[in-house]
Design a binder for this molecule. Structure first.
Ligand SMILES: *[C@@H]1O[C@H](CO)[C@@H](O)[C@H](O)[C@H]1NC(C)=O
Ligand SMILES: *[C@@H]1O[C@H](CO)[C@@H](O)[C@H](O)[C@H]1NC(C)=O
Length: 358
């Protein structure tokens, strides 16, 4: 009887532990590294212990801790990736009602993530893309012990047009690392988890599908008799722009548990492709502050009084109207180059009108 009780209590204790762990993962996220100066600026090796200690971050999953311990320099790389993703999100959405606000909590984007909207889809995709971009670059720069340049690329045919040289970004390594690291936060049997996994992959494909070739010519006086090329990830601003287009064309889907796949809500729509973003719920309008979604509303936001688009005052201010202020701006103008080597400018003062939502 005693043993039986013991088994029961330890089983429920385990349950409780698992429950606590799932709560932690739900509210905390590796993205938070991107808001943390400690990780962004590198670390002070003198007093922060060994890798196991440094990787014991409370909002990491066990898988993430394991990957981190293999080479804890990855922490800085992930932090940079997370920050770049946040900044790109805010840049791409600067003229939208929802402008990718963050808060100083481990879930970074707040409760908006708990509704599985296209904004959530974008966040997952841009963060996965961003950290993959950063990992590929860090590997090529030799910042990490576990990776470097892509050596297999030299087996790829070039039809005699060029030779492989330089340091190609090892996109396969970056893809594998990021899928292990990023996907490990998801509960795979549920629709929200499936949605996140899908959009994580779309984000990774936004990187691996848009690689570019850089080349250098060698030969007598620019004859280019020998052309050496290497493959790198594309400029991240372009990746952000592509994903923003995917956001605008995202598929509204429902998850079929039986078939374990997504189907379009509207049966006349085609199935989403691997590079498309998918979402389950329509977005709220983000017009007014709402603590349930951590929406800040659009009061006080800058808007364009002559635009009919989403940045226009009509749509941005949700019909509440706007007020106009005049701002005095002073900047350099009529700059002249004086030989040699000076640039002389006038200071010009002028006024600009700015509109803000009521
Ligand atoms: C964010 O919160 C943490 C912990 O509460 C605190 O140490 C840190 O200074 C805060 N950062 C900012 C930018 O407010
Ligand atoms: C406002 O919108 C108009 C029309 O779309 C555009 O031409 C103009 O450049 C915009 N102004 C600003 C400051 O973005």
């Amino acid at each position: 009887m005693k043993i039986f009780q013991l088994v029961i209590t330890s089983a429920s204790f385990l349950c409780l532990l698992q429950f606590a762990a799932s709560l932690r993962n739900k509210n905390g996220h590796w993205w938070y590294l991107g808001l943390s100066p400690t990780y962004l600026n590198g670390r002070d090796r003198r007093d922060d212990g060994d890798a196991a200690h440094r990787c014991n971050i409370r909002y990491f999953t066990p898988e993430q801790k394991k990957l981190c311990i293999k080479d804890d320099d990855i922490l800085q790389v992930i932090a940079r990736g997370a920050r770049k993703g946040i900044q790109e999100c805010q840049y791409q959405f600067r003229t939208r009602r929802w402008n990718c606000p963050t808060k100083n909590s481990t879930d970074v984007f707040g409760k908006v993530l708990q509704i599985k909207t296209r904004e959530t889809a974008f966040i997952y995709a841009i963060q996965a893309a961003s950290v993959m971009h950063e990992v590929a670059r860090a590997c090529a720069k030799g910042e990490l012990k576990t990776c470097g340049c892509d050596s297999n690329i030299r087996n790829q045919k070039t039809d005699g047009e060029f030779e492989w040289g330089g340091c190609s970004h090892d996109i396969n390594h970056a893809n594998l690392f990021v899928s292990q690291f990023v996907d490990s936060t998801e509960i795979k049997v549920k629709a929200p988890g499936q949605m996140n996994l899908w959009n994580n992959e779309a984000g990774r494909l936004a990187i691996s599908g848009e690689m570019k070739l850089l080349c250098k010519c060698h030969g007598v006086s620019g004859s280019c008799s020998i052309k050496v090329c290497w493959r790198t990830t594309d400029n991240f601003r372009k990746v952000g722009k592509n994903l923003k287009e995917k956001f605008d064309g995202a598929s509204h889907v429902k998850y079929s548990k039986k078939k374990q796949k997504f189907k379009p809500r509207n049966k006349f729509q085609k199935l989403p492709g691997k590079t498309d973003l998918v979402y389950i719920k329509e977005s709220p309008d983000y017009c007014t502050p709402n603590h349930k979604t951590d929406s800040l509303g659009t009061k006080g936001r800058l808007c364009n009084s002559t635009s009919q688009g989403l940045d226009g005052c009509q749509l941005m201010c949700c019909g509440r109207g706007y007020y106009t202020t005049v701002k005095q701006v002073e900047e350099d103008c009529d700059c002249k180059f004086i030989w040699c080597c000076e640039v002389k400018c006038q200071r010009c003062k002028y006024k600009i009108q700015q509109n803000f939502c009521n």
